[in-house]
Design a protein around this ligand. Structure first.
Ligand code: GDP
Ligand code: MG
Length: 183
């Protein structure tokens, strides 16, 4: 756990010579942030997760043959982006999550994209994740709409599911690492 003592100096990983990358996962409640993080960390889908729990986890990974310590901050905002400094001062990249079966979560994630685009590091990598792909039959947000929103904010875009295969979920976290390394 790395919940305490975050530094407010975000400098590039290469500059610091550290193989350590901080990722913050943002989005409205219920979009599946915790489920995606738990899947990435444990390969398991956990259906019920404390909706108010906010914490930071770490996983040693190898991405493109290079070791990296990925730290992942799970956030639990109740009403959109508030007290954003806790991740704006810390993260190298962001995963913004909505759920394809919940249009309100799609509307809600736009406030996060907007906040990030107005921050002091507007060029920090952002990945837009359309979660709950397994719920396709209840889909309220088309893939085109997701891709268009991502294009508008210059983000990468992925449709994923926390309860389907692990590799697709692992892929998006590793893509975030690649984006930070490209910076
Ligand atoms: P958070 O508030 O964004 O952290 O959302 P949670 O991770 O707590 O997930 C909210 C609810 O959606 C829980 O009941 C999860 O089991 C469910 N959930 C999360 N991801 C998926 C998914 O990919 N597919 C389905 N069917 N349910 C999911
Ligand atoms: Mg959660």
């Amino acid at each position: 756990m790395f919940g305490k003592g975050r530094s407010c100096n975000v400098v590039s990983v290469a500059e610091r010579g550290l193989a350590e990358i901080n990722l913050a996962v943002l989005g409205v409640a219920g979009s599946g942030k915790s489920a995606l993080i738990v899947k990435f960390l444990t390969r398991r889908f956990i259906t019920e997760y404390d909706p108010n729990l906010e914490d930071t986890y770490a996983s040693e990974e190898v991405v493109d043959q290079q070791p990296v310590l990925i730290k992942v901050m799970d956030t639990a905002d109740q009403d959109g982006p508030v007290n954003c400094e806790r991740y704006l001062c810390w993260a190298h990249a962001y995963l913004v999550v909505y759920s394809i079966d919940d249009r309100a979560s799609f509307q809600g994630c736009q406030a996060y994209l907007h906040t990030l685009s107005q921050s002091s590091r507007p060029d920090a990598p952002v990945l837009l994740l359309a979660n709950k792909l397994d719920m396709d039959r209840y889909r309220q947000v088309s893939k085109c709409e997701g891709a268009a929103l991502a294009a508008r904010f210059g983000c990468l875009f992925f449709e994923v599911s926390a309860c389907l295969d692990f590799l697709s979920v692992q892929h998006v976290f590793h893509e975030a690492v690649r984006e930070v390394r490209r910076e």
